[in-house]
Write a protein that binds this ligand. Structure first.
Ligand SMILES: Nc1ncnc2c1ncn2[C@@H]1O[C@H](COP(=O)(O)OP(=O)(O)OP(=O)(O)O)[C@@H](O)[C@H]1O
Length: 780
């Protein structure tokens, strides 16, 4: 018998009590939120649904659709573009499969000719494979296939000529389907639905690329007389209609009322304690989130609570599983075998075996990287641990949503890492539980992204005046630039691509900034991996310690012209961090706001970086062993930034001493970079900052936060729009941190090129008070 059926129900409140009452754990639980259970609301099967499709779902245990499924399906059937933003395991697939499969079945010709087609887009191949398995499981007479980099020639031909439901990804659309549209004419001309699954993944520069790929798709479909309905899906993306509109350029209806059943969910916020170690500049250091997670995982498995722990790195996931197993071995030698790890790169069979072992109860604990998020279909667990905030609230709820079977209680624990964002969240639960602040951010008008897609579009079919609105208000200017550069030719009938190359090769939609650097093993010449061109100077310079798939390598040389770094296996007892000097010049301010004598601006900047040296730090501990110079060229980046200035007289009035200003501005900059991801769905590595007591372009104290991608990614702009909330959160994080002089939880940055010097914690709070007007209690 399946052990899942005989397990005792989880008493979540009592469980949390036991976890927190372990001696020494006082004060670690900073907040416990109990979300009430929710009963299912069902609806009737829509009258238009094909009877055999309904029968197939019913046979798989879906007696009636939930209300949100029916609402989204009805809208899509009526030709209304729709975004379904409901929780994990809320049956989003059925909502689009019902109209999609019904359309295919009812348009099918008498001799089996295809009448309607469906294109499903997932951000990863693994997710498309899971959808394929789900569709195959329905056992319907529908011709479904995946189309990705692994598909063979025959499979591709079959997809093009016969398939009715093609599961692919934006990369294939960009590189294969659209450039080869003439061969796909019959498929594209019959296209009824385009499904964009997990649409919150399309953010930042990647989001901007995908938004143009979708616009190119719409244009080519129109060429063949089709105007497909778009259905987007994502678990709890904030402002779904805004995000969906930005992604597709269409008016999209949002369906957000989740009518699927849910048990009680407890969300615990957990802060690891300070350790006796001292970090950089003698700052106190908190216990690592992964060590704390390993303890909690061991406790939960010992209690037979089925638990999934999300850990950021592959090495971390393996370490958490190993540590938890060691802890359990001390309790009972049979327990360690109940824990495993999961990370990217597992084969489908291995993934299935893990799913199966968890479902059957042979495994009780699994430590996984985020690769699991999309690659594996595990739900119905009891508890989810998160070693660090997973980046966005949408991702947090998606991970917590893995726990909970039917009406049973579920537990989620967010374990804070030692950084400003996590610290802020576990001490300000309202930021996680209150109204959404993060929208999926990207900037489709970035000329570095738009330009290559206009070339690709012109290659697919000459661009005409009528196409301009589709690609946004800056299209004409970018076309003029492309024509001036000789990439496009303007003729009376429009803009033409006349080059012999494939225009789609101009846009690398997953990467930014040039060819990646290959990491080549010196002994064998084997390519071990790649690093983005933009980060190669900082991570693959000569002497760098590079960690790849849990193995440590030492970089021998970096050839920037050949894009190759030669590396060798090594086990050094230190890590390295590059030291970079950055200059920033204002190109132009696009918008500004006045804040009581201070000024907040958004605009274009030129950022110049140079990696000048690297530090060796002893591991563990992080003590600096020495600094070695590097001879790498300067790089420059034109991008977007948000910046704020405080005039001298305002600083004088507030009593801020000149000597304290560099440290105060530097500390405020670090913490604000740490917190911007909460408002702009970015990673702290996507953005950078510069602060100075007097900047040559403004003549005043200025703090900049810029997008680390050419042309900008929309993050700095989002910071400008949400500046008051963002900088208030920054101020609160610094002021409420329990350290004395600053620590990694508030103002120290792991990325700082100046060894976190100078930093002035008290000065930063004062400075932000002046900027925000909180000195006088004024609120803007
Ligand atoms: N109306 C329904 N009644 C009962 N079960 C349903 C219903 N709709 C879907 N299910 C079941 O719920 C489970 C989750 O469905 P599905 O995987 O489509 O959810 P999802 O929202 O796409 O999840 P995720 O966010 O993980 O992608 C599946 O096992 C599915 O068969």
């Amino acid at each position: 018998m399946d052990q899942a059926l005989v397990r005792r129900p989880l008493e979540v409140a009592a469980l949390v009590d036991r976890l927190t009452s372990v001696p020494g754990r006082e004060g670690r639980l900073t907040h416990l939120e109990m979300l009430p259970p929710r009963a299912a609301v069902t609806a009737a099967w829509p009258a238009w649904a094909a009877p055999d499709v309904v029968a197939a779902f019913t046979a798989r245990g879906v007696v009636l659709p939930w209300q949100h499924q029916a609402a989204a399906a009805d809208a899509a059937h009526a030709g209304q573009h729709v975004v379904l933003a409901t929780g994990t395991a809320s049956g989003k697939s059925l909502a689009y499969q019902l109209p999609a499969l019904s359309a295919i079945r009812s348009a099918r010709g008498e001799r089996g000719q295809r009448g309607a087609t469906v294109l499903y887009l997932a951000p990863t191949k693994a997710l498309a494979q899971d959808q394929l398995a789900g569709l195959a499981g329905l056992d319907l007479d529908v011709r479904v296939t995946t189309h990705d980099g692994d598909s063979g020639r025959d499979q591709r031909d079959w997809a093009r000529d016969y398939a009715e439901y093609v599961l692919t990804n934006p990369d294939m659309l960009h590189r294969s389907l659209l450039p080869g549209h003439a061969r796909w004419a019959s498929f594209l001309g019959s296209l009824r639905y385009v499904v964009v699954d997990e649409c919150h993944h399309y953010r930042g520069v990647f989001g901007a690329h995908v938004s143009h790929v979708l616009r190119r798709l719409r244009r080519i479909c129109a060429l063949y007389g089709a105007s497909p309905t778009f259905v987007l899906a994502s678990a709890t993306v904030a402002e779904p209609e805004v995000a969906a509109h930005r992604l597709t350029g269409l008016d999209v209806l949002a369906v957000t009322d989740d009518a699927s059943p849910r048990g009680r969910v407890a969300l615990a916020l957990w802060e690891p304690p300070f350790t006796s170690h001292a970090g950089e500049n003698h700052a106190p250091v908190r216990r690592a989130a992964s060590s704390e997670t390993a303890d909690l995982l061991a406790d939960l498995v010992a209690e037979d609570v089925r638990t999934l722990a999300f850990v950021r790195s592959r090495r971390g996931a393996e370490q958490v599983a190993l540590t938890a197993a060691e802890l359990l071995a001390e309790v009972d030698p049979s327990l360690p075998s109940r824990i495993a790890s999961y990370r990217g790169g597992y084969l489908p069979e291995e993934r299935r075996a893990i799913e199966e072992a968890l479902r059957r109860g042979e495994l009780t604990g699994l430590a996984a990287t985020n690769a699991l998020e999309l690659g594996i279909d595990i739900s119905g667990l009891d508890a989810v641990l998160m070693a660090g905030f997973p980046g966005t609230r949408a991702a947090l709820w998606q991970q917590v949503g893995r726990a909970g079977r039917g009406a049973q209680d579920a537990l989620g624990i967010l374990v804070a890492r030692d950084d400003p964002l996590d610290t802020y969240l576990v001490t300000h639960p309202e930021a996680l539980l209150g109204r959404p602040v993060e929208a999926t951010v990207f900037d489709p008008s970035n000329p570095h992204v738009l330009g290559p897609h206009l070339c690709a579009a012109a290659h697919e079919a000459p661009l005409t005046e009528a196409d301009l609105p589709l690609f946004g208000p800056t299209t004409r200017d970018v076309l003029d630039l492309l024509t001036g550069a000789g990439l496009l030719r303007k003729r009376p009938r429009g803009w033409f691509w006349t080059d012999r190359r494939r225009a789609s090769d101009l846009a690398d939609i997953r990467s930014t900034g040039g060819a990646p650097v290959q990491l080549v093993e010196s002994e064998t010449g084997r390519v071990i991996g790649t690093v983005d061109a933009s980060s190669a100077h900082g991570t693959a310079h000569p002497g760098a310690v590079y960690v790849h798939r849990g193995e440590t390598w030492l970089v021998q040389s970096l050839d920037l012209e050949e894009h190759v770094a030669v590396i060798e296996r090594a086990e050094p007892d230190y890590s390295t961090s590059a030291r970079e000097v950055t200059d920033i010049a204002i190109v132009g301010e696009r918008e500004h706001r006045d804040w009581a004598g201070c000024r907040l601006s958004f605009g274009e900047v030129d950022v110049t970086h140079q990696v000048v040296s690297f530090l060796k730090r002893r591991q563990p501990g992080g003590d600096v062993l020495g600094e070695e110079p590097l001879d790498l060229p300067e790089r420059s980046l034109r991008t977007c930034a948000v910046w704020w200035t405080v005039p001298q007289h305002v600083l004088d009035e507030a009593g801020l001493a000149a000597a304290d200003l560099p440290g105060a501005a530097h500390a405020a900059e670090h913490c604000s970079i740490g917190l911007l991801p909460l408002f702009a769905t970015c990673d702290r590595w996507d953005i950078g900052g510069v602060s100075t007591a007097v900047h040559p372009d403004t003549g005043m104290l200025t703090v900049f936060v810029y997008d680390g991608h050419p042309g900008g990614a929309g993050f700095a702009e989002r910071g400008f729009r949400a500046a008051h909330e963002w900088l208030t959160a920054t101020r609160d994080t610094i002021a409420s941190c329990s350290c004395d002089e600053g620590c990694p939880s508030c103002i120290q940055s792991p990325k700082c090129g100046n060894q976190n010097n100078p930093l002035d914690k008290a000065g930063a709070t004062r400075l932000l008070d002046v900027l925000l007007g909180t000195d006088s209690g004024a609120l803007r």
